[in-house]
Design a protein around this ligand. Structure first.
Ligand code: CA
Ligand code: CA
Ligand code: CA
Ligand code: CA
Length: 282
């Protein structure tokens, strides 16, 4: 009870509403009251009986996406991305994109001239895959950064995920299966994996612990580099993220992949060379 209370209006940023399970209409009203309602992107991608619903792109504690497997419970509270260009004093969130499309299993969003800095464009492609078993699925998110400047772009990318497996937020646990690129999260009924191929760092925390919460670290006014802390994660409201680093030449692009699954492993997906995975091996 206490942490729910504490999370509500717990920071100086009025957009950081505490986690609630209010209906979206109430949330929208509250957001409008404070004039900080994010762009309410709406889009759904599906594969078989797996559905991923994008509500908005910023992780703002308002539940920015839903991941339903076989018409059952939602498994994800928020999924978001951040960046930091060399020399920046803190990370910056990717907020509302300029374009969005949702067709079949594929959702795409684009950001042109991100943050009006004349440094880079971004494109996010998300593909959901139904699993081979009744209650399994995975989703692959690819964020492509294109350097539009005349200088090399030295950039760190952060891929964030707040699993609430089986739509219960206080009972998730997590371990690092492969440091720093593969995490296993589980509760008593459900497990999920979270993978960041090529990541240089990973970190986890409890969203209720504001001193170390990753969403707080992404806006704390300081440079944040992940150190692997937060594992093993004992029971709580797990959140985690990967960090990648790249130096992208003028005109060049680099793609960062963040994948996660429910009730199936992910390791084979990226080790067999096929993102759709060899389901016979799971
Ligand atoms: Ca959700
Ligand atoms: Ca749970
Ligand atoms: Ca920071
Ligand atoms: Ca969580």
């Amino acid at each position: 009870m206490d942490f729910e209370t504490n999370r509500f209006f717990s920071t100086s940023d009025p957009s950081r509403f505490g986690r609630t399970r209010m209906i979206s209409g109430v949330l929208l009203t509250v957001g409008m009251l404070f004039g900080v309602a994010p762009a309410w992107s709406q889009g759904t991608i599906t594969s078989g009986t797996a559905t991923f619903e994008r509500i908005h792109y910023l992780a703002d504690n308002l539940n920015n996406c839903n991941y339903f497997i076989d018409g059952g419970l939602d498994n994800v509270f928020e999924d978001a991305w951040y960046f930091r260009v060399a020399g920046d004093s803190d990370e910056t969130a990717f907020t509302a994109p300029q374009t969005e499309s949702y067709t079949g299993p594929v959702g795409e969003a684009t950001w042109s001239n991100v943050a009006s800095r004349n440094l880079f464009d971004a494109r996010l492609s998300a593909t959901v895959y139904d699993g081979s078993s009744g209650t399994s699925s995975h989703i692959v998110n690819k964020l492509t950064i294109t350097n539009i400047s005349s200088e090399p772009l030295d950039i760190d990318i952060f891929g964030y995920l707040d699993f609430d497996l089986a739509d219960t937020l206080t009972d998730d646990q997590a371990v690092l299966l492969e440091d720093p690129v593969l995490v296993r999260v589980s509760d008593s009924t459900t497990f999920g994996e979270f993978q960041g191929p090529g990541a240089i760092g990973v970190q986890a925390s409890d969203t209720a612990d504001l001193a170390v919460s990753i969403r707080e670290l992404m806006q704390d006014g300081l440079v944040t580099n992940f150190d692997g802390s937060g594992f093993p994660f004992t029971t709580g409201d797990w959140e985690g993220a990967f960090q990648w680093h790249a130096v992208i030449p003028p005109g060049g692009s680099e793609t960062f992949t963040k994948a996660y699954s429910v009730n199936q492993g992910l390791g084979i997906i990226f080790s067999d060379g096929f993102e759709s995975g060899d389901t016979s091996a799971w």
